[in-house]
Write a protein that binds this ligand. Sequence first.
Ligand code: IPM
Ligand code: MG
Length: 368
Amino acid sequence: MNKQIVLLSGDGVGKEIMESAKIVLNMIANEYGHRFNFQEHAIGGEALDLYGTPLPRETLDACRNADAVLLGAVGGPTWDEYPSHLRPEKGLLEIRKELGLFANLRPVKSFRPLLHASPLKEERVKNSDIMIIRELTGGLYFGEPSERRNNGEAVVDTLAYTRNEMEKIVDKAFESARLRRKHLTSVDKANVLESSRMWREVVNEKARDYPDVQVEHLLVDAAAMKLITNPSGFDVMVTENLFGDILSDEASVLTGSIGMLPSASIRSDGFGMYEPVHGSAPDIAGKGIANPLGMILSAAMMLRYSFGMEEEACEMEEAVNQVLEQGYHTSDLQVKGGKTVGTKEMTEVVLDMLTTRSVSDSICSMYA
Ligand code: IPM
Ligand code: MG
């Protein structure tokens, strides 16, 4: 297959980890006879410096014409004092909205060699395998600008959703649950918020179309607690934008390091943008020590969701699993023993693993 991929490395460690993903993707392309054409564009702080906007028109147009987008990270202290419409993060929010990427998939699964790096007891996290599905283009993040007011004395942010927006994300979550362990936890704040009451209604209506999926409703505060007390009790979790932002960061530390976690932001036609869950990590940028595995696993998600290349995706995921099994890790992973390597060396061991191992399905069902 021939695919056009836009690379938005962004800020901080973005460039270093993007390079790793590119190298690994080229290796996969060679092995399977695909052609991946990469086109690099600016976003976030870099775009602000170069073009005075966090999302240049040219970047957005290139994404619109591509088959998929890979994103590194945006943001950093350089732009902290910029007004909100000129912050690197604004570029990220705008691109999600403009491209219609309403479904954010954040799988959280622990790798066996990293279990002891979790802040929770090993036996508690051991069987955790959660797919967090966060609505990404609505809610408090995107209240009408005219309704966002701050007159110095009072301030307003608006939480708005249409029924249709809720139906789309809830459908996506039921479909995902069907491919996994058929359990869906819907998270809301229906004891307080009107939007949550409609959300719950939509989930209950949709549940009739998916009788094979077991549905549970949890209030967001209880869900935050259960993520710590019983993470293995979750299969697919679906929630609105802000709750999903918070819960996915909470869940990400369960597995030992946020540096490992990939994400997909997709729409119904299969187009998507893929990025690691971690941020731009300005404190370690340029040092060659960033963990490239979250980015590599994000590229694997791209192969699976946007290109239908299941076997290729599995191969990448299994290679990552194997390098961890062999004791390789970057400095963000607080693991005992093994060998600490930098970004380039980690990428090389992943490449070696790709050339020497055969595909097994031991881990690749993890992101269904
Ligand atoms: C995320 C990030 C973003 C968000 C920020 C950088 C705007 O935290 O992708 O989770 O809040 O969505
Ligand atoms: Mg976040």
